[in-house]
Design a protein around this ligand. Structure first.
Ligand code: ZN
Length: 340
């Protein structure tokens, strides 16, 4: 088969790769229904955290089970399944506590390269969640979104303790930030403030349930949030970027006793201890334990109660994956859907 491989900065190619095969008896092979480009794929695409070797790309996936390892018990051939970007056994003490992304057996799906027509999924019984029946095509983008962006936005909102009556601020208008709006709305937030200066993304944020848009950034952005909250700051802030500026904007936008859920992959973030001490906010973040939320999110998408598939504003055939990266890198697209 062919698949996406990163050769160097801004050099993604759709080239021959080995067909995935069952390696461990707990593996399955899925035939991809749709995959996509992640905001976090843009870091290596831009030459940050890049390896010297050509690297298979992609970690978001959903599709039909084609082949099943001999120790797989729950997942069956022919099922439509969704999984997270970390394979997990869903049974160790860490998984049991709801942090499957840090499972003692966690395996990154990125190492398998999901931007391809077929994918090996390790620890299939723990990792994958089947839909009740084969979904119609129009639900596939939404189901794919549960695999990462929606699950990550959901964790951001959960970690930020979003609840009815609260004011929620979202830093970052990428697909994860926009999905965090869906989560905050679903969790009953009273006021949802999206920090964005991008018209199309502001519109989608409003469609998903944002009540206010703040276009200012940094200290000016924080001042706007204080103005909106009687000088107190937000109850809950979701950080979905991963830079120093975004993290400090999130912490400074949050009131004492409030919660920051940070889900942007951290790049060069260093927190000033004394400021953190007096900020007196709860901080929880990291790679989202998407597996915890998957059953609920799949159900919400299948029942069409939410439509996170709207974050895909560009759809390309998989062989045009390089253009998918460029469009996101240049912010021409929020998120690229790739169809084999
Ligand atoms: Zn585990």
């Amino acid at each position: 088969m062919k698949g996406a491989v990163l050769y160097g900065p801004r050099d993604v190619r759709y080239v021959d790769r080995e067909d995935p095969k069952i390696v461990e008896p707990t593996d399955v092979i899925i035939r991809m229904s749709a995959t996509c480009v992640c905001g976090s794929d843009l870091w290596p695409f831009r030459g940050i955290d890049i390896s010297n070797q050509p690297t298979a790309m992609g970690h978001e996936y959903c599709g039909i089970v084609e082949e099943v390892g001999r120790e797989v018990k729950k997942i069956k051939r022919g099922q439509f399944v969704v999984g997270s970007f970390f394979a997990s056994d869903n049974s160790c003490p860490i998984c049991q506590s709801g942090y499957q992304s840090r499972c003692v057996q966690a395996k990154p799906l990125g190492a398998e390269g999901a931007q391809a027509p077929y994918l090996r999924v390790p620890l299939a019984d723990g990792t994958l969640v089947p839909t009740p029946e084969l979904p119609p095509n129009e639900l596939v983008p939404g189901l794919l979104a549960t695999s990462d962006v929606l699950g990550t936005g959901w964790f951001g909102a959960d970690a930020a303790a979003v609840a009815p009556g609260k004011t929620v601020v979202i830093v970052g208008d990428g697909a994860v930030g926009l999905c965090a709006v869906i989560a905050a709305k679903h969790m009953g937030a009273e006021r949802i403030v999206m920090m964005s200066r991008h018209t199309a993304r502001q519109q989608l944020a409003r469609e998903f349930g944002a009540t206010d848009i703040v276009t200012e950034r940094g200290d000016e952005g924080v001042a706007c949030i204080k103005d909106l909250t009687s000088g107190l700051g937000a109850h809950s802030t979701i950080e979905a970027v991963g830079t120093q500026e975004a993290m400090m904007q999130a912490i400074r936008s949050t009131r004492p006793g409030g919660h920051v859920g940070y889900v942007g992959v951290s790049h060069g973030v260093a927190l000033p201890g004394l400021e953190l001490f007096f900020a007196e906010v709860h901080l929880l973040g990291g790679p989202a334990p998407v597996r915890r939320f998957l059953p609920e999110l799949i159900d919400l998408v299948c029942q069409q109660k939410i439509n996170p598939g709207k974050v895909f504003d560009l759809e390309l055939p998989l062989e045009q994956v390089a253009e998918g990266y460029r469009a996101m890198d240049e912010r021409r697209a929020i998120k690229t859907l790739l169809v084999p």
